[in-house]
Design a protein around this ligand. Structure first.
Ligand code: BES
Ligand code: MN
Ligand code: ZN
Length: 493
């Protein structure tokens, strides 16, 4: 798929599939275009077919041998509510309606006059590309659905190529994250994550440091290694570095939970606890590796980016940690493991200490950390915790720019009580109520005081059972767009 912005309007565009957006009641600036090009009969036909212009509604008209041979009319909802999110939603509906219909060139006309051109072009093009992503790697009878060779965004100012300069880099990062998350735990192992990081390093010139078990032991990473010790697969602690050309104005660390499978350990996950889905427990690592790939391709100026993944499995064996074990993390803090299924915070503890050791200006971690966050926010919204209003605001802005949803949650200091241990500095698990908050408070113990840090709990958003908007059913690649947009904005905090 080649994407292009063009000043050609819908009234004169020639290609095979033309998509045109109308507001509720079939109104809006493109109504006249439809009338001019297809005649008043078309508008009557819209009414006959009870087209209401509701957001996401599509109607299709076919002509044999004409240009265009297909017209897709897409509903946009109320004009007052139409913005970037509406453009994204409409573009995804258009793409899905056009797909598999032999469409070779797709022209998209939406009322973007009131929107910032760059943001609108990015939103529309990302939605088309990402909603058509179709992963059939594990099907022996894979039948790839043909994609339009060319997608043109109509009615944009000239100099259109620049408007879409970041598209391929960003989308490739999201797609990589989706592929990593969707692949099963016998394929995406800690070694496979390390290999993926190595491939990114080679292709885009990033630096790679891999720490094995003994390297991590030398650094005192007892919490991370405790989780890893029950698995036959060795842990891989991954550290990728992107160094920009020219001056470094900001240095940031992106940390991703990399549990390639989470059985729960001796606090074994039972039926109904989604144990068979715990391949996605490396969704945080997929997001930061996807971001690394995008950043490597896009080569943003001024920001040095460290991507850190503590990768391992949480398994059961004679060598696995026992519930009740006391582990010592690399900052010297001791942890009573009262629940082996709260393993994400243990691996992140050592990864956060390591990240803070790089003396960055900001640290952002992403993790499928708690079922409690899924209960609180569902599968469309990630939880965001940060002591820094500036960093929380910057990440929320980057998320919204990319069409990802986050909601700020409190670092309620009094709930730290829930992590008190009689025998160690803390337990790894607090009471069930507020479980996503105590998870975040646990992580905070491993972040240097005063450092701008944010934690995103993506347990709900990493996967979409039915698919939504521009996410097909399955792995969403959540977090890549937020992280990349934030870094491209200069990583403000
Ligand atoms: N990986 C899970 C969290 C999870 C649950 C992600 C469901 C996606 C869907 C995490 O390691 C976990 O098991 N958390 C426990 C924490 C509890 C023991 C404090 C949980 O949420 O039940
Ligand atoms: Mn767990
Ligand atoms: Zn987990």
């Amino acid at each position: 798929m080649e994407f292009r912005c063009t000043s050609t309007p819908a009234s004169s565009w020639s290609g095979d599939t033309l998509a045109v957006g109308l507001y509720s009641g079939s109104t809006g600036p493109l109504k006249a275009v439809l009338e001019e090009r297809f005649g008043a009969a078309l508008l009557e036909r819209l009414e006959q077919r009870q087209f209401k212009g509701k957001a996401g509604e599509t109607l299709r008209f076919d002509w044999l041998g004409a240009t265009p041979s297909v017209l897709l009319v897409v509903g946009l909802g109320e004009p007052a509510e139409f913005g970037l999110a509406g453009a994204r939603k409409a573009a995804a509906s258009i793409a899905k309606a056009a797909q598999g219909q032999g469409c070779t060139s797709l022209g998209i006309a939406l009322p973007v006059e009131g929107l910032e051109p760059q943001a609108a072009a990015a939103a529309i093009a990302q939605a088309v590309r990402l909603s058509l992503f179709n992963d059939q790697r594990f099907k022996s009878d894979a039948e790839p659905k043909p994609l339009p060779a060319a997608v043109e965004l109509l009615g944009f100012p000239q100099a259109g190529a620049e408007l879409l300069s970041g598209l391929d880099g960003l989308c490739s990062g999201v797609e990589l994250a989706r592929e990593l998350v969707a692949a099963p735990p016998n394929k995406v192992t800690p070694q496979a994550l390390a290999d993926c990081a190595a491939a990114i390093a080679t292709e885009f010139g990033l630096e790679l440091k891999l720490l094995g078990r003994s390297d991590c032991a030398a650094l005192g990473m007892g919490a991370y290694l405790g989780v890893a010790q029950g698995s036959d697969l060795p842990p891989q602690f991954i550290h990728l570095t992107y160094r920009p050309q020219g001056a470094v104005r900001r240095r940031v660390a992106l940390v991703g939970k990399g549990l390639t499978f989470d059985s729960g350990g001796y606090n074994l996950k039972t039926a109904g606890s989604q144990i068979e889905m715990m391949k996605y427990d490396m969704g945080g690592s997929a997001a930061v590796l996807g971001a690394a790939r995008a950043i490597g391709q896009l080569q943003p100026e001024g920001v040095e980016v460290h991507v850190i993944v503590p990768a391992c499995e949480n398994m059961i064996s004679g060598g696995a940690i026992h519930p009740g074990d006391i582990l010592t993390a690399s900052n010297g803090k001791t942890i009573e493991v009262n629940n082996t299924d709260a393993e994400g915070r243990l691996v992140l503890a050592d990864a956060l200490v390591y990240a803070c050791g790089l003396e960055p200006d900001a640290v952002v971690d992403l993790a499928t950390l708690t079922g409690a966050c899924v209960i609180a926010l569902g599968d469309e919204i990630a939880g965001l915790w940060s002591p820094s209003d500036a960093l929380a605001g910057a990440l929320a802005a980057a998320a919204s720019q990319g069409g990802e949803q986050v909601w700020r949650m409190p670092l309620q200091a009094s709930y730290r009580e829930g992590l008190k241990s009689g025998v160690a500095d803390m337990k790894n698990t607090g009471p069930r109520p507020g479980g996503s908050i105590t998870g975040a408070l646990f992580l905070k113990e491993f972040v240097s005081p005063g450092l701008a840090w944010a934690h995103l709990d993506i347990a709900g958003t990493v996967w979409s059972d039915k698919g939504r908007g521009l996410d097909p059913a399955g792995a969403t690649g959540f977090g890549v767009r937020t992280l990349v947009n934030w870094v491209l904005a200069g990583a403000p905090a």
